[in-house]
Design a protein around this ligand. Structure first.
Ligand code: MN
Length: 587
């Protein structure tokens, strides 16, 4: 390796080794992925003009920061090769094995999804569409590590969004705000979710963003300067009690959430005292409570502002101690105290959990300690994921494998307008068509999947782009019942078929009113003529005359559909003895 390359690579290793010592074999794997990605992207440049490799490298660094495994980090380095370079999946499989190839392939598939909205869509329907798309991302990924790579990739793309054309900026920012930031939030990755939201705010509301940053900056700098002085006092007091914090930092309130708060509460910036909070990270839960006591010894707390989210975590699983105190110079200041693990779980959610279980699994397994995963299992984001699929019953195993199989009974396909349709596995274009609208189902004549014509019994796969072809005169056919999977499509087809049959039957009915001199055997002779003409009698009524002097009328309704046949039949009926007159009409 060249020196400058070597230094870059060393950065990646250092980031990983911040958490755990890497065995040589993993370093070799990373080096191979690093060099392969570098070579594959060699001539490519990003819109900003920098080498393309920087993008995949930054993606890998982020994954390393989240504490993910070597396979995921390697896949992060290689994530754009299959899509954008001549280095294809087969080669990847051969060089790096099935696991890494699977991860890269997952990211490639996600790359084909586009979030499209139209301004006409109602809000509720748009939210449903966004939710379906988030589910689809999980379903296509099959493994949460694919989602992590996609999120790290998206974060770097957002950070470098300034270099792409404005129209594209807006589309990507909107997609990030509506799909990826909430997805990160659902996975408990609040740090990432907030960071993504802030960047989208800059592109979607540039005016407000400029105003906010200008006005906040002064306040912010002033606050940080003040907190630096507070930090020194706090460190001294903690030291006296024998507590060495892992770190103390300042949490600036997100620009986007600050903006929301200003709008909501109609406040001024000076009034928001949690603009910057002091965050104290300690080693143990005991240290958290001791530190809280020490804080209150130096600065009196505001009544009603002490929050113990360790004893009572927030619904999203957030754990921490919060207090707001009358600090130096009586300035109101928020202080948050938590352990490193709480901190990382608050920031990185499910990824942090994974990092921790990876570090602990082997050790705890040997000690027969199963509590680590069991306690984690009821974390709120696991619950949230569970709510997406009710029959997902084993969170522990899910966490351990990161396999996403709770959507295995569903498929998610997209309409040409970008709307996501959620269907049971095994569904066909017929189900898809009826799911969009009964009218589309009823008039469906064919379907294109990913731009290729398919038969109507094609089984839809997650991520398929399905375009239903319709024709005005087309009606559902009986055979559709065989390949419709959903109950709703089946019942709509049946309803339509019934309507159709009764309509057709009516159209083919002929009513005959035969006036004839009554005699024994008249009805039998009339019926014989009709059945010899191969016409089915549906109904026959003998209407007795009102007066003795008149002739009775025999009303016959029969199944007949053409004029020629009708005329021939009438001619023959006129030959029956006693028949005086025949009236006919189609009913
Ligand atoms: Mn990428």
């Amino acid at each position: 390796m060249h020196d400058f390359k070597k230094a870059t690579f060393e950065n990646l290793i250092k980031t990983i080794e911040y958490r755990r010592k890497l065995p040589d074999i993993e370093i070799e794997l990373l080096q191979k992925a690093f060099l392969t990605a570098q070579k594959a992207h060699e001539p490519q440049k990003r819109s900003s003009g920098e080498p393309y490799f920087n993008h995949v490298f930054q993606t890998a660094i982020k994954l390393a920061e989240w504490g993910l495994d070597t396979s995921t980090i390697s896949a992060g380095l290689l994530h754009d090769t299959v899509e954008d370079t001549s280095y294809k999946l087969e080669a990847l499989k051969k060089d790096f094995g099935d696991e890494i190839a699977f991860l890269v392939n997952g990211v490639t598939k996600l790359g084909h999804l586009k979030y499209r909205t139209s301004p006409q869509t109602e809000k509720e329907r748009m939210e449903q569409a966004a939710e379906n798309l988030r589910k689809m991302i999980l379903a296509i990924s099959e493994d949460l590590r694919v989602v992590f790579i996609k999120l790290a990739d998206r974060l770097h793309n957002m950070k470098t969004l300034g270099a792409v054309p404005p129209q594209k900026q807006k589309r990507i920012a909107l997609e990030t705000l509506e799909i990826y930031a909430p997805l990160a939030y659902r996975l408990g990755m609040q740090g990432l979710s907030g960071e993504l939201e802030d960047i989208t705010f800059m592109y979607l509301h540039p005016e407000e963003y400029r105003w906010m940053t200008e006005h906040v900056k002064e306040q912010y700098d002033e606050r940080v300067q003040y907190l630096e002085a507070v930090e020194i006092l706090l460190r001294e007091a903690l030291k006296k009690a024998g507590i060495t914090p892992v770190k103390i930092d300042y949490r600036a309130k997100r620009i986007s959430s600050l903006y929301k708060k200003l709008l909501r509460a109609n406040m001024s910036l000076e009034q928001i005292y949690d603009l910057v909070a002091l965050r104290v990270i300690v080693n143990t839960i005991e240290d958290c409570y001791t530190a809280l006591g020490i804080v209150h010894q130096i600065w009196p707390p505001l009544p009603g502002r002490i929050k113990d989210y360790i004893a009572l975590p927030k619904p999203n699983g957030y754990k921490s101690l919060h207090t707001t105190v009358f600090c130096e110079d009586k300035k109101i200041t928020e202080i948050q105290i938590r352990t490193l693990q709480m901190h990382e779980e608050a920031e990185n959610g499910i990824a942090a959990h994974w990092a921790y279980s990876q570090a602990k699994t082997s050790k705890n397994f040997m000690e027969g300690n199963k509590n680590v995963t069991a306690n984690q299992a009821d974390i709120a984001w696991v619950q949230q994921l569970r709510n997406w699929q009710k029959d997902f019953t084993d969170p522990e195993e899910f966490l351990h494998s990161l396999k996403i199989d709770f959507f295995k009974h569903r498929v998610f396909a997209i309409t040409p307008k970008g709307e996501v349709i959620d269907l049971p596995a095994g569904s066909t274009p017929i189900d898809f068509a009826y799911q969009i609208h009964s009218e589309i189902g009823d008039h469906c004549v064919g379907a294109k999947v990913n731009d290729k014509m398919v038969s109507l019994d094609y089984q839809i796969q997650s991520g398929d782009l399905v375009d239903i072809l319709v024709q005005k005169n087309k009606k559902p056919s009986e055979s559709w019942l065989q390949f419709a999977k959903t109950a709703s499509a089946k019942s709509k087809i049946r309803t339509n078929l019934k309507k159709e049959t009764s309509f057709m039957r009516k159209a083919r009915q002929l009513e005959l009113r035969i006036t004839a001199a009554d005699r024994v055997g008249l009805i039998k002779d009339l019926s014989a003529v009709i059945s010899r003409a191969r016409v089915n009698i549906l109904n026959l009524t003998h209407i007795s005359p009102a007066q003795k002097t008149s002739f009775p009328i025999i009303k016959i309704i029969c199944d007949i559909d053409n004029r020629e046949k009708t005329e021939k039949l009438i001619l023959k009926l006129k030959g029956v003895t006693g028949v005086k007159e025949i009236h006919h009409q189609m009913i």
